[in-house]
Design a protein around this ligand. Sequence first.
Ligand code: NAP
Length: 249
Amino acid sequence: MTNLKDKVAVVTGASRGIGRAIAIDLARRGAAVVVNYKSNTAAAQEVVAAITAAGGRAVAVQADVSRMDEAHALIKAALDAFGKLDILVNNAGTTRDALLMTMSEEDWDAVINADLKSVFNCCKAAVKPMIRARSGRIINISSVVGLAGQGGQTNYAAAKAGVIGFTKSLAKELGPRNITVNAVAPGFIPTALTEVLTEEQKQAVLKMTPLGRFGKPEEVAYAVSFLASDEAAFITGTVLTVDGGLVMQ
Ligand code: NAP
């Protein structure tokens, strides 16, 4: 098992779904984890309790990462709690689906801010301590929708495709500082985020997935833990799809 002993990680949007699984898997491998959330305090505290019950170290930190000041406060809280920052996982995200004809400016801004600007905000705050340490791992959660597009999700697809361009550009900037920056693009993983889809839409995705099933949050987490590890030291600027073969690049 990949060893992350003595590493310190921040996972945004870790109170539930994929972020929860990422926080628990990083902790299981030895990392101290900051469990970020926006509003669901009880859920975030439950994640911390699950990690500490298993012998790990974790704290919950509330911050709306779509806001620059709160993203900076989150990274400061991590440094205050654990003294350093090795791994940043930008996982927080949301959807507000609508056809372009009916999509409001507010729906557009909310998704771009939560899914793309949040990545800019947290990376801005995290790169200073990482550059000082001359090492770091940044993993951004994109989506296959950012690669292939999806009707009804122009806002989300633009944000997730933006995350990929951002990841590649930052990987070029930070390579000389020994900091890797990669993206993980999940396919369909049943969580609160996907509950809004109709049974018909879910069956259509299933039909196009060669492995013939949906993914589990833990299966995304394993990919993140690998990219966060020392073993992944020569991998940067890549997009790792975790999608049962739904979108082959
Ligand atoms: P989810 O179950 O809806 O969980 C979203 C998490 O993000 C929650 O912890 C939520 O916190 C947090 N969050 C949302 N906005 C935030 C903000 N502004 N600041 C801080 N935290 C915020 O979603 P999920 O399915 O696990 O998705 C996680 C990531 O994977 C997202 O980036 C999503 O786009 C991506 N993804 C998901 C799928 C899928 O099929 N599920 C596929 C591809 C990509 P609260 O609990 O406090 O609200």
